[in-house]
Structure formats: structure tokens, C-alpha cells
Design a binder for this molecule. Structure first.
Ligand code: PEP
Ligand code: MG
Length: 346
């Protein structure tokens, strides 16, 4: 028996184990059928406050699944899959074709496309990158893009070429300085002149370094949107390598300090009147989501597998209850108590 819930393979199977698994399977099917009722419902709180639930995708297949689930859009397209495992970088035409397909599939819904972020956990073979002692703190994200400018330029050119095919959001990873935003904008301006087009897309950044979080008010005046990327933001804020299993117990993303930081980003975005969303794993976490909503987040992007459960969760909670919950959590001093507080409410 392959148990993909607990990630185990059961080999010594007797009648008792078999019957346990048969009933587990039935519970799973029943839950899935119940959740399917949420496919055609727009996500909202119990008292009808609107929430956008979008998909994180890495391929055209994922986009098709997002469409089937009636997702509110793509909140993060990780474009690295176009590059990883390839002998050379994807051509302009190949990229145009892929981006066009995804915009078409999403048919007028927002599609956030993240420019490449190699390095750390996602590496490519065709770049002659030097070995680094700390790849997570090294040449990755926009840093690499601004060094490998032709590679970035080709990707941006492909994106600008499809801007009329749907609602395109271009998102830049690992911003740590304002100057990087200005450099990318200059590059975009050059391409717009070359293609003789005017901007119809939205331009935004991933808030995934502590410096960008702390500087959110200033950065917000230079972009159309933020996406809070908790996977990296947590790693860098707490100095916890996200791939190091030995540090698993240090991963406490509901620590009130982190919640305060997230709130600060949302507040900065709201004050500047720009859109703010979250595309880190935390957005699809059943314990975190009510707190995040209470902190002011109204747009959540997650893997397709989490969408229906999160919709169901929100449909049972009121706006006020989640705001009160997050205020109580912000006043606590450790993650354990935050989790207890959520379980009292949800
Ligand atoms: C993140 O860092 O939260 C994020 C969404 O990007 P990735 O996981 O691809 O680094
Ligand atoms: Mg990241």
C-alpha cells in the first residue's frame, strides 16, 4: 500500500490493515467530493468578504489544473522549469509560446510570471556559474539576471511580446535594493522602445529578503504590486537554510515576530495603494491562512492541491473573527501559543 498521506509504503499487509486502509480511502473520497463543491464558488469569508485564491504553477499542465479548479488566476509561475535540465537557454520563440499558452488558458484572469531565479535549490547546467560557499546568499534571482543580462533581456522580451494576450504581471525575484528595481525598469523601457509598445502589464517584486521587507514603504512607490514570498523571507529573516533538514525544528513561520514583519509589508503596500499577495507556502497553510487574512491579506497563491481546502476554511470563518485572532496572535511571544490560539478559533 502506497500511503501518500503519511508518505509511507506499507508492506506487511493483513486483513486488519487492509480494512483500515479501505476506510481511510473512503474518507478521502468523501472529503474530496465535498471539497469539489467549492470549485464553482468564489472564495469568501462566512460573511461574504471577497478573497482571491490563486495558483502557484511550474508548467502548462499546472495551469490547466488551475483552470479546472476555477482558480482566481496564477499568483506565481516559476519559469525555471523552462531552463532546468536544458543544454541551452530556451529561445525567445519557445518562451513566447509558453507564456502565451498560459495567458490563454487563464482566459482573462491575472497571471503573475516570475523571471528566472536559479541558484540555491534550482540550478541550470548551461551557465558557467562559479561554485559558491553559500549559494542561498549568492548569485541568484535578480542578481544573476542583472549579470546574465542577455538571458534576462530575452525573458523580458518574451513577456512583453505577449502582454496583449491576457492580464500579465511581471514579477522580479530576490530584490534586496531599490537600485535593482530601477535597473530592471530601465531594461524594460529599452525593450518597450525596441518593440515599439507601451506598458500594459503590471510590474512587481517578490518581498523575500529582510531588506526589502524593511524597506517596503519606499519600494512600494516604485512598483505596481508586491508578493510576499515566505519560503525565502523566513529563511533569510531567521538564518535558517530552507533545505537543511537538521534545522527543521527551527522552522516556525507562525512566530509572532514573523507575523509582525508580514503585517508591516501589507501595511506598506496598502498605504501606497498597490496590490499585495502572498505566494510562499504559508499562504496555503490551513493554520496560517486565517491569521494572514486577519493581518489584512486578501490574495493568496498556493499549490493547486491546497486551493479547495483553503476555500472551505474561509467559508466557515467571519472577517471579524480572523481580525481578532490575528490581533491576539500578534500579542503572543512564541509559535506554539499562536497555533493553540488558532485551534481555539478554527
Ligand atoms: C518564496 O521564496 O516564498 C517563493 C515563493 O519562491 P521560491 O519558493 O520559488 O523561492
Ligand atoms: Mg523565493
Amino acid at each position: 500500500i502506497l500511503d501518500t498521506h503519511d508518505n509511507i509504503i506499507v508492506t506487511n499487509i493483513n486483513d486488519e490493515i487492509l480494512s483500515q486502509y479501505k476506510s481511510k480511502k473512503q474518507v478521502y473520497i468523501n472529503t474530496k467530493n465535498l471539497l469539489n463543491n467549492y470549485i464553482d464558488k468564489k472564495s469568501s469569508t462566512k460573511d461574504n468578504h471577497n478573497i482571491d485564491i490563486l495558483s502557484n504553477i511550474s508548467s502548462i499542465d499546472d495551469a490547466q489544473k488551475a483552470k479546472k479548479l476555477n482558480s482566481d488566476g496564477i499568483g506565481l509561475f516559476r519559469t525555471e522549469y523552462l531552463y532546468i535540465g536544458q543544454k541551452e537557454a530556451p529561445s525567445l520563440d519557445k518562451q513566447i509560446d509558453t507564456y502565451k499558452k498560459i495567458l490563454k488558458i487563464m482566459n482573462g484572469k491575472k497571471v503573475v510570471i516570475r523571471t528566472f531565479d536559479f541558484g540555491s535549490d534550482k540550478d541550470v547546467s548551461f551557465l558557467d556559474k562559479k561554485d559558491e560557499q553559500n549559494p542561498n546568499l549568492g548569485m541568484r534571482g535578480i542578481r544573476l539576471g542583472l549579470v546574465e543580462k542577455e538571458l534576462l533581456k530575452t525573458q523580458l522580451k518574451a513577456l512583453l511580446s505577449v502582454q496583449e494576450e491576457g492580464i500579465l504581471y511581471i514579477m522580479i525575484p530576490l530584490i534586496s535594493h531599490l537600485s535593482e528595481i530601477l535597473d530592471v525598469k530601465e531594461l524594460l523601457n529599452t525593450i518597450e522602445l525596441e518593440l515599439n509598445i507601451t506598458k500594459q502589464y503590471k510590474f512587481g517584486i517578490m518581498i523575500e529578503t529582510p531588506s526589502s521587507a524593511l524597506n517596503a514603504s519606499l519600494l512600494a512607490t516604485h512598483v505596481d504590486f508586491f508578493s510576499i514570498c515566505t519560503n525565502d523571507l523566513y529563511q533569510y529573516t531567521y538564518a535558517i537554510d530552507r533545505l537543511n533538514e537538521a534545522l527543521e525544528s527551527y522552522y516556525q513561520p507562525l512566530d509572532p515576530t514573523f507575523l509582525h514583519l508580514i503585517k508591516q509589508i501589507i501595511t506598506a503596500a496598502d498605504a501606497a495603494g498597490i496590490e499585495v499577495s502572498m505566494c510562499g507556502e504559508l499562504a496555503g497553510d490551513l493554520t496560517a491562512a486565517p491569521i494572514l487574512y486577519g493581518l489584512g491579506l486578501k490574495s493568496f497563491s498556493m499549490s493547486n492541491a491546497s486551493i479547495l481546502q483553503i476555500k472551505e476554511l474561509f467559508s466557515n470563518l467571519s472577517h471579524e473573527s480572523m481580525v481578532e485572532l490575528s490581533n491576539r496572535c500578534l500579542a503572543l511571544d512564541n509559535e506554539k501559543d499562536v497555533i493553540k490560539e488558532v485551534h481555539k478559533t478554527v
